[in-house]
Design a protein around this ligand. Structure first.
Ligand code: FEO
Length: 169
């Protein structure tokens, strides 16, 4: 495997684990506000990010590449309102999409079609994640300022259940 592609894939393990940390931190923020549904939503989001990290790790391993784990940064965003984490999550997903695109670009440059095929799943996943994050913002803006509306949104997010990723290596 091309050295740059392998390095970027290895770095992505860390970025995904950081994403898991970031979402756990959001879950903690909502738990402290007694918004258990939002807390549940982001706890599951953290599990999904951990899965993403494992997929990058397994892909490198199945291609004979060495995996090196780095320190995970401390989530240092400060949230004050219910809306703050929602906005931060949408921004973060756009950042992650850009990272995936960068790896894709490097793989394309060196004609690494296998890695491009692997990354296709993440390209689709990122569209879905950006869409979900944007929808959480707009639904909060529509209904969240009313206590009953916020209660119903929270109830709905309490129903989110974890599902394993559809990509299996
Ligand atoms: Fe693994 Fe939410 O990107």
């Amino acid at each position: 495997m091309n050295e740059t592609v392998a390095r970027l894939l290895n770095e992505q393990i860390n970025k995904e684990l950081y994403s898991a940390y970031l979402y756990l931190d959001m879950a903690i923020f909502y738990d402290a506000m007694d918004l258990d549904g939002y807390a549940n939503y982001y706890t599951i989001q953290a599990q999904e990010e951990r899965d993403h990290a494992l997929l990058f790790m397994q892909y490198l391993q199945s291609n004979g590449q060495k995996v090196t784990l780095d320190a995970i940064g401390k989530p240092d965003k400060v949230y004050e309102t219910v809306l703050d984490p929602l906005v931060a999550a949408a921004e973060h997903e756009r950042y992650v999409s850009a990272l995936i695109n960068d790896i894709y670009h490097e793989a394309y440059q060196v004609r690494d079609y296998r890695t491009m095929k692997f990354l296709d799943w993440f390209v689709d996943e990122q569209r879905e994640e950006e869409d979900n994050a944007d929808s959480m913002i707009s639904r909060y803006k529509l209904f969240g300022s009313d206590p009953r509306g916020l209660y119903l949104l929270d109830q709905e997010y309490a129903g989110r259940v974890y599902t394993a990723p559809s990509l299996v290596l």
